[in-house]
Design a protein around this ligand. Structure first.
Ligand code: UDP
Length: 241
């Protein structure tokens, strides 16, 4: 498999259509597959968290979500094909399953939002199978109940939006329990599906300024984005070293 390392996080060098093909293969199989969608912030978190880094590097598919990862690939002399945003991959999977051929479960976001996301997607695709939804705020006892429910429903695709690394650690915990075929750590994607958070306008995406749009809309992201200059510095250093 063609992997490209950015600060020790190994990315699959796939474009969107290849990522969707990989998902089709996962859906045909009978084991659980973790999909991770790291951006530079997540790479920086993984760099300092060995457990998280190992989970990512053992995942079935790791896609470059964020233009910073594409830039890093270029700086390192090992370019990645294109940015594959996790949200866009999810939209493609929903589109693929709109006839009811793929089942989904949404787990994440503040109370009520996953239900709204489920309703909104069902309005768009009346025949889609979304088996259930649950908020991402829960106690350890509640987690057991949520997982019991998911076990009974056995969705093909489990969207888990609890923020990184919690979402990846959670998916990984149940990966061998034969309860989903694809578990995808989806960050704030459930918020976007619910219409709570808007995706950047196409022009921003085209100009590689989606990160800037998100910062304008949620200025509280500034603190977490402070790691970005450090990311660039580390990438340049790792090229020299
Ligand atoms: N979240 C959650 N449970 C938690 C912590 C976070 O459901 O215990 C949700 C939060 O409401 C948001 C998502 O996880 O919907 C994380 O979104 P963020 O924008 O941080 O994702 P990222 O940009 O890191 O992918």
């Amino acid at each position: 498999m063609n992997k490209i390392s950015v600060l020790g996080v190994n990315f699959d060098n796939v474009n969107m259509s290849e990522a969707v093909d990989r998902c089709r293969e996962f859906l045909k199989g009978d084991k659980g597959n973790l999909i991770v969608t790291p951006n530079p912030e997540i790479v920086m978190r993984a760099k300092d968290n060995e457990e998280f880094k190992n989970i990512i590097n053992n995942a079935a598919l790791v896609i470059p979500d964020g233009i910073g990862i594409i830039k890093a690939g270029k700086i390192l002399g090992t370019p990645l094909k294109e940015r594959v945003a996790g949200f866009d991959l999810i939209c493609n999977l929903l589109e693929e399953g709109k006839d009811g051929s793929i089942s989904f479960y949404f787990w994440g976001s503040k109370p009520g939002i996953a239900d709204t996301a489920m309703q909104k997607v069902k309005e768009k695709y009346p025949n889609i199978k979304i088996l259930g939804a649950h908020t991402g705020y829960f106690s350890p006892e509640e987690e057991e109940k949520i997982v019991e429910e998911i076990k009974e429903l056995k969705p093909d695709v489990l969207l888990v939006g609890l923020g990184a690394p919690k979402q990846e650690i959670t998916i990984n915990k149940y990966i061998n329990d034969n309860i989903f075929k694809i578990g995808i750590g989806c960050g704030g994607s459930i918020d976007v599906l619910a219409g709570e958070v808007k995706r950047a306008p196409k022009l921003f995406i085209k100009l590689h300024l989606e990160w800037f749009y998100r910062l304008l809309k949620q200025p509280t992201r500034l603190k977490r984005m402070m790691v970005l200059p450090q990311f660039v510095k580390e990438v340049k250093k790792s090229k020299k070293g």
